[in-house]
Design a protein around this ligand. Structure first.
Ligand SMILES: C[S@@+](CC[C@H](N)C(=O)[O-])C[C@H]1O[C@@H](n2cnc3c(N)ncnc32)[C@H](O)[C@@H]1O
Length: 332
């Protein structure tokens, strides 16, 4: 996935005149801090250089993760066209850009809430020439949670919970979901990020919302009993500045993320979801599926299944299964 061209150009312009050494040392500090999730007594982003460093090295990955989660939501809800978005702990606006990518012109009103003035200012500047009118006219509001969250068709809480104590995480999920028609919560795709998503998912279900993605059900997560954790990946192409700031040679990075999307309007029956990269052996595709009945299962698709096999060969981690139009049949 490439960043939208308007966002890529805005990031280049915003960092062009900043001292590279300072950006690099800010990136090193931020990487070290985010590696050890835990309550932040003071904002982790402190000042303009930190906000710019975050936008340059991290925002592309969080944009990619939110875009993937919202694309999965759109697939579950064909024709759904959210008009208002509130991005909670939105920082420089990655989730708002992702929503604009997925929902395009349907989005009319964007509000980004965060405690860091410099992140909000940078976000506003990045969005100044965005193709999306909703982004250009977004409201960037300074808020320190706990606080009330305005209602919206879509509320995003992307990579925020790890900075809060567990009871504050619960409170933020409740406040964010209170006026949300749909809420998307994302965390890093680590075992502890998954645990925070599971705790948030429990709160949402307790509030009467139904899970729309990635789970095809609102039952207890079947992976909890296995020691495994549910997560997905989004591949982002790195810009030269991104590579330089991360000291990386690879042209891309795979952002691993865990997420839950829940809605007030039930979205109808869901197919299974593929939980890992499908394994392809001679004439066989093996997939691990989370199923609508709340169980997890391995399924084998053989070459003898023709179109179903071809669909399985093309299927990817995080996709729904069966894909539309390929009725899954048992292997013998
Ligand atoms: C890791 S950044 C994620 C930014 C953005 N959502 C993204 O996905 O790129 C976490 C953001 O949450 C904000 N945040 C954390 N705790 C907060 C609080 N108590 N009140 C307001 N914002 C908070 C931080 O200021 C920061 O911008």
């Amino acid at each position: 996935m490439d960043l939208p061209t308007d966002l890529a150009a805005a990031l280049d312009a915003a960092t062009a005149d900043l001292p590279l050494r300072e950006l690099e040392s800010s990136v090193d500090r931020l990487i070290a801090r985010y590696r050890t999730p835990g309550r932040a007594d003071r904002p982790i982003l402190s000042g303009h250089i930190d906000a710019a460093a975050y936008a340059a090295y991290r925002m592309p990955a969080t944009w990619g993760a939110v875009r993937a989660a919202l694309a999965a939501t759109a697939e579950r809800r064909p024709g759904w066209a959210p008009q208002s978005l509130v991005d909670v702990g939105g920082g420089t606006g990655a989730a708002a850009w992702a929503a604009a990518t997925v929902f395009g012109d349907s989005l009319k009103e964007v509000t980004v809430l965060d405690q860091v003035t410099e992140a909000l200012e940078l976000g506003r500047g990045l969005a100044r020439n965005a193709f999306s009118g909703a982004l250009r006219h977004a409201e960037w509001r300074k808020v320190r949670f706990p606080a009330e969250v305005p209602g919206a068709d879509l509320v995003t809480v992307s990579y925020v919970l790890s900075e809060l104590a567990p009871d504050a995480q619960q409170a933020l999920v409740r406040a964010s979901a209170a006026g949300a028609e749909t809420i998307a919560i994302l965390e890093p795709g680590t075992p502890d990020g998954y645990q925070r998503i599971i705790a948030a998912r429990d709160v949402l279900i307790d509030m009467g919302l139904r899970v729309a993605a990635p789970c095809p059900h609102s039952e207890t997560c079947p992976l909890l009993a296995t020691g495994d954790w549910c997560h997905f990946a989004s591949r982002i192409h790195r810009t030269p500045l991104h590579r330089r700031l991360k000291g990386a040679d690879l042209q891309y990075e795979d952002e691993k993320f865990a997420y839950v999307v829940a809605t007030r309007t039930p979205v109808g029956a869901s197919p299974a979801r593929i939980l890992r990269h499908p394994q392809t052996r001679k004439g066989l595709v093996m997939m691990q599926l989370c199923q609508p009945d709340g169980t997890v299962a391995q399924t084998l698709v053989s070459k003898r299944q023709g179109d179903v096999y071809r669909a399985a060969r093309d299927a990817d981690w995080g996709d729904e299964w069966p894909v539309l139009g390929s009725a899954q049949q048992p292997t013998d």
